[in-house]
Design a protein around this ligand. Structure first.
Ligand SMILES: [Zn+2]
Length: 141
């Protein structure tokens, strides 16, 4: 995987979700196509954080399964999982690496830098987080 691309609207949808839930961690799923080396996101689904926690997330199982079925019905795959770190760190935590599901999916981490939310994408490999490129917009403008 060389990178992942989201539209401005999808980026905004995640941004609004993570800032609305803050200081709780927020999470969600991104479905789309792996047709090219740059994975193209088609849909963002916000998922309830069943852990209801400031420092960890556990996706509500019912909402998670519904989202995955929805992707499948549209002919998409799970491309990425996003979650927020309202209080840091600006990278995957040790718990994130240890508890990660879906190794084929990218992991997007939203964190706060002063007042701004920043998002970075990673893939997890052998217990390490390797940053991958996250592009916003159609790539045509
Ligand atoms: Zn985390």
């Amino acid at each position: 995987m060389d990178g992942i691309r989201v539209s401005h609207e999808q980026y905004q949808q995640m941004l609004e979700h993570v800032s609305r839930e803050s200081p709780m961690e927020a999470c969600g799923l991104l479905g789309g196509s792996r047709a090219s080396s740059e994975h193209l996101v088609e849909q963002v689904v916000t998922i309830k954080n069943a852990a209801g926690s400031l420092v960890r997330f556990r996706m509500d199982p019912t909402e998670q399964v519904q989202a995955l079925f929805g992707f499948e019905e549209s002919g998409w795959e799970l491309l990425a999982i996003y979650h927020s770190h309202p209080d840091g760190p600006p990278a995957p935590s040790q718990i994130d690496l240890r508890e990660a599901a879906y190794p084929e999916a990218a992991q997007l981490i939203w964190f706060q830098d002063r007042a701004d939310w920043i998002c970075r994408a990673y893939r997890y490999e052998r217990g390490l987080a390797i940053e991958v490129e996250l592009s916003v917009g159609s790539g045509k403008e």
